[in-house]
Design a protein around this ligand. Structure first.
Ligand code: AHG
Ligand code: MN
Ligand code: MN
Ligand code: MN
Length: 335
């Protein structure tokens, strides 16, 4: 039987190989993985653990929070605040930033997360997940402020997600490709199951919420219409469609077999560039996709190069198989 490589061993050997994972970052990634294991346990209990349903509160996004949104947020904060690897955290479920309390040593990293992605799927037993992004705090010993988080996605030093599905799988990049670790529940450890993940440059599978079709901009309408015309149309091939409504699950499928995922701007909320959040959904997912040979734009620009202006700002997302993303992006440049 092939030797099993644990997450810890992978991180130690990656550090030995190219120094990408200093000890504080290794501790951060192991602590986040352990927190995801706890969230996975809670998710697996479902009704038996009293974690389903809403918390009857609203988050800064104006969304009704599910109990698991709040539980996952608390698990990640409690797991990370004492270790000395972080200066501050930011979350979809928190308005401002969370400074590591003075009773703990301050670290050099900033951690951002969507503690529970796909909340609308919690109560219907469909895959959900946690998304995280790691930045470095600016040098100097002044206290961290919200503006210190407003770094473009190219500044990330680590990014990943954990999907809570039939398997619990942690997917991670530190800038040297994408690796996947499956949770061995008997051992309680994440075991390396995929390395050097590659997204095929072409695909026949698109993911978009078709119910919003009448609200889309012309380039997106053109692209999807051509896909729907199938092999008799300009694309010369039939397409399949998937929409799970958990970004982690749609992205995991794309990392596993290719595809294009789109949550574009639409005219329901014309002043918002899109639904998904740049800092803790689009940036980490875009880096993972690019590290696996895919592409990620907002229709006009590479997502990772966008300069954030606000912590919870939204963005239009088109990511996945390189040739398809480039096609959609080219349609935006002709209008
Ligand atoms: P979250 O549950 O963290 O708020 O994110 C949900 C996002 C994303 O996971 C998914 O792709 C998208 O919302 C689904 O949106 P629709 O329900 O509008 O399809
Ligand atoms: Mn939400
Ligand atoms: Mn989300
Ligand atoms: Mn969420």
């Amino acid at each position: 039987m092939a030797q099993r490589i644990s997450l810890t061993r992978y991180l130690v050997e990656q550090q030995r190989a190219d120094g990408r994972i200093p000890s504080q970052l290794r501790l951060l990634l192991e602590v986040v993985a352990r927190a995801c294991k706890s969230i996975s346990q809670a998710v697996n209990k479902g009704a038996l653990g009293g974690v389903l349903g809403t918390a009857h509160s609203e988050n800064v996004q104006g969304e009704v929070q599910k109990k698991l949104d709040i539980i996952a947020n608390e698990v990640l904060i409690e797991a990370n605040e004492w270790g000395g690897h972080l200066a501050a955290m930011a979350s979809e479920e928190m308005d401002g930033i969370y400074l590591v309390p003075n009773r703990y040593p301050q670290g050099e990293y900033l951690l951002l997360f969507d503690p529970l992605d796909g909340s609308s799927n919690i109560d219907v037993n469909v895959s959900i997940g946690t998304i995280f992004s790691v930045l470095k705090k600016p040098d100097g010993d002044r206290g961290v402020e919200e503006s210190d988080f407003l770094q473009p996605g190219t500044q990330q030093v680590a990014a990943g997600y954990c999907i809570y599905g039939p398997q619990t799988t942690l997917v991670l990049t530190v800038g040297d490709g994408v690796a996947m670790f499956t949770l061995d529940r008997e051992q309680g450890s994440f075991v390396l199951t995929e390395e050097n993940v590659r997204i095929p440059e072409d695909t026949k599978e698109f993911a978009i919420n078709m119910s919003n079709m009448r609200h889309w901009d012309a380039p997106v309408k053109r692209y999807i219409d051509e896909c729907l015309q199938g092999k008799d149309g300009p694309r010369g091939k039939d397409f399949n469609m998937r929409w799970i409504a958990s970004m982690v699950a749609d992205v995991h499928r794309i990392l596993t077999r290719g595809g294009i995922f789109m949550y574009p701007w639409d005219k329901r909320e014309p002043n918002k560039p899109g639904k998904l959040r740049l800092m803790y959904e689009a940036n980490p997912m875009s880096w993972l996709v690019e590290q696996a040979g895919g592409a990620a734009t907002n229709g006009r620009q590479r997502i990772l190069e966008l300069q954030p202006a606000q912590l919870h700002e939204r963005v239009s997302v088109i990511l996945g198989s390189k040739n398809e993303v480039e096609r959609v992006t080219s349609y935006h440049s002709v209008v």
